[in-house]
Write a protein that binds this ligand. Structure first.
Ligand code: MG
Ligand code: MG
Length: 248
């Protein structure tokens, strides 16, 4: 079932979304070579809990043990923060974070460079962000979920990159993952119609190679099957009469 949120609920999700945004900004500021992903996780959890009433959405979700997902280089999503995973210069780390306020969630992700990166990797990050912007631009009343995926796919594949199929965006609200699924590929006018009050996590996962994935033995970390580099950018977006409103 797709739930439509009231204005008040959307404002609460925007409060959670602001904390999500600020957490990612903090991560951008502190990421540097030599840090572990556990260090990032600890800072993120401390920061989120410093806001009265705010809790990390991921901790305990389906048994996930941490506040952040931290996915390095060919890891696409769901990497588990660890003291043994130390960031190296020239790498990228995708940081995914969710926050709950008053029983409502917001979700966002960004791929952050660790020190200087090559122009090729820089371009992957730029194009992935452009594909997210295109997807958000299609999140308007009158369009369908397929229009969002189509917009993302046009930008990413147009630049020669792979679009991950097995993992998709999602509705979000009182539950972290709600209907509908929001694929990063698709056809215009297909899928559920977009209606005022829908809140969606739109999250392109784009690779420098193919779109196939596999999951590591830790049962969480999803990597590109061909070992190519991946990027992940995500925003939580409300469908409003005035157009898409980014809550994160
Ligand atoms: Mg996320
Ligand atoms: Mg998400």
């Amino acid at each position: 079932m797709i739930t439509l949120k009231s204005r008040r609920e959307i404002e609460t999700m925007a409060q959670a979304g602001r904390i999500v945004h600020d957490t990612l900004e903090l991560m951008r500021q502190i990421v540097e070579p030599g840090m572990s992903t556990e260090d990032l996780d600890r800072e993120a959890e401390r920061f989120i809990r410093s806001h009265p009433g705010a809790t990390p959405s991921f901790k305990g979700l389906y048994g996930f043990p941490k506040t952040l997902c931290t996915s390095i280089d060919e890891e696409i999503v769901h990497g588990i923060p660890s003291a043994r995973r130390v960031l190296a210069a020239g790498s990228v780390v995708s940081v995914d974070v969710g926050v709950c306020v008053d029983g409502l969630h917001a979700d966002s992700a960004a791929t952050i460079p660790v020190g200087p990166i090559t122009p090729e990797v820089e371009r992957l990050l730029e194009v992935t962000q452009e594909s997210l912007v295109a997807g958000i631009g299609a999140a308007i009343i009158g369009n369908h979920v397929g229009d969002i995926g189509h917009a993302v796919q046009q930008v990413a594949e147009g630049a020669g990159y792979g679009v991950v199929r097995e993992l998709v965006g999602h509705g979000i609200g009182a539950r972290f993952h709600e209907e509908p699924q929001v694929p990063n590929f698709g056809s215009p006018k297909r899928g559920p119609a977009l209606r005022e009050g829908m809140t969606l996590a739109i999250e392109p996962m784009i690779t420098m190679g193919g779109h196939a994935t596999r999951t590591l033995k830790d049962k969480w970390t999803v990597v590109t099957a061909d070992g190519s580099l991946a990027a992940h950018f995500e925003h939580t977006v409300a469908i409003t009469a005035d157009g898409p409103r980014i809550l994160t």
